[in-house]
Design a protein around this ligand. Structure first.
Ligand code: HEM
Length: 414
């Protein structure tokens, strides 16, 4: 392991900075040599081939989402009281449920994300993106992460949920801490405390907001969810609060990295940027392609509910399986020339937004943000370029959620 990248499957340490910085060589090794690989530190099986990942995502009976207890136990020690509270609250997230409980919660929480709702959000997202691009146009140099990729979803989040703009830094800090713990930080035990604390703060905050919206309904998504009803069924207060929290973390954390990873990929493979500029009808395809090529959510986990055999390995009932969508999306058995962005790619079926019953609720919003951002940036700053004198930096703080800390760029005018 001289250069930090493993040469054999036995050497692999997935929870390492080298892998966080560039997981793709390690994924390729696993896909090729150990497609069902046991990882001691992660206490689970790592699946990396497209067919295995896609099939497991669709088989929610064998690959259950009720995994929070196993995830929280990865740090080794017995859960602390705040961590026990974290587990209790996260157990109710739709992301951690199986049908039929999942179906019920998802139906009630989906209100606000229909295709019509997403179309209604177009003016809001366009305005947010245009204002940020105005600020960038006024400068010659900027950092695309704080100035754009972070700012777009942060503003969408507070506006969509009807929260004060001034609360955005606090909410986004809570979301960040929860994400790093869930994503598998190198020190799992140490990341649990801050995550449990943030979850508690956020629950207290949201409980207050829910009470306010009950007393004084407004025209916002939280009011809609507070009053959501399906066939006479409603969510209990704690269910609503914990799923609202999940929705907010998911709205914010993933879109940042769609924009950041996507811009890095497209500006590095410049021919693709030139192509989308010349032909804006390719932009929706470009968004799909960056979700495949370098997606924000690299993996998901499932609890295996019956003994199964995959590539000669016996995966036992009760064990954890990691479904590595980042590896599946670059499987050459599924995607031609997978390590290149090809915005005109014709193969479909990437799993960057999931598959099966947990397919991303916010897919429409994510695509809207991606398409609006690329349209506006390529039109108004066509010579947008990566800064040659300041390198970009990955956050490299967890395995699941991949994204950049900085992406210095220029308008290309000077
Ligand atoms: C580019 C941005 C996004 C990406 C890459 C992404 C990715 C994903 C993926 C991969 C899943 C499936 C998780 C699993 O199978 O365990 C998922 C589920 C989910 N996403 Fe997204 N997401 C994005 C944006 C959003 C947005 C904007 C929202 C806001 C509403 C959202 C809300 C959710 C929720 C609530 C779930 C859980 C659904 C369920 O369990 O039934 N996501 N997302």
């Amino acid at each position: 392991m001289s250069d930090g990248v493993s040469s054999t499957a036995e050497d692999i340490r997935l929870l390492s900075t080298e892998v966080f910085l560039d997981p793709y060589p390690t994924y390729a090794l696993l896909r090729d040599k150990a497609p069902a690989h046991w990882d001691e530190q992660l206490n689970g099986w790592i699946l990396t081939r497209y067919d295995d990942v896609a099939e497991a995502l669709r088989d929610h009976e064998t690959f259950s989402s009720r995994r929070i207890g196993l995830l929280a136990a990865r740090g080794g020690a017995d859960p602390s009281p705040p961590m026990r509270q974290f587990i209790r609250l996260a157990t109710g997230w739709m992301w951690m449920l199986d049908p039929p409980e999942h179906t019920r919660v998802r139906k009630l929480m989906s209100q606000g994300f229909s295709p019509r709702d997403i179309r209604n959000l177009e003016p809001l997202v366009s305005e947010i993106v245009a204002d940020l691009v105005d600020e960038m146009v006024a400068k010659d140099e900027f950092d695309l992460i704080p100035d754009f990729s972070y700012a777009v979803p942060a503003l969408v989040l507070v506006t969509l949920y009807g929260l004060p703009k001034s609360d955005a830094p606090l909410i986004t800090r809570w979301c960040d801490t929860i994400k790093v713990f869930l994503g598998g930080a190198p020190d799992l035990a140490a990341s649990g405390g801050p995550a449990a604390e943030s979850l508690q703060h956020m629950m207290t905050y949201l409980t207050g907001v829910i009470a306010e919206r009950r007393a004084e309904p407004r025209d916002d998504l939280i009011t809609r969810l507070v009053h959501a009803e399906e066939d006479g069924d409603r969510l209990a207060d704690e269910e609503l609060c914990s799923n609202l929290l999940l929705l907010m973390v998911a709205t914010f954390e993933t879109s940042i990295d769609l924009l950041g990873n996507g811009l890095l990929g497209l500006l590095s493979q410049r021919d693709q940027w030139e192509l989308l500029k010349a032909d804006p009808t390719t932009i929706p395809g470009a968004v799909e392609e960056v979700l495949r090529y370098d997606g924000p959510v690299q993996l998901t986990h499932r609890l295996v509910t019956r003994d199964v055999e995959i590539h000669g390995q016996r995966i036992a009932k009760g064990q954890l399986a990691y479904l590595v969508r980042g590896a599946a999306n670059r499987d050459p058995a599924k995607f031609r020339d997978p390590d290149r962005i090809d915005i005109r790619r014709t193969e479909t079926g990437h799993v960057g937004l999931g598959a099966g019953v947990h397919y991303c609720i916010g897919a429409g919003l994510a695509r809207l943000e991606g398409v609006t951002a690329l349209t506006e940036l390529s039109r108004r700053i066509p010579d947008l370029s990566l800064a040659t004198d300041k390198p970009h930096r990955w956050r490299a703080d967890n395995l699941q959620f991949r994204g950049l800390a900085t992406l210095p760029a220029t308008s290309g005018r000077s």
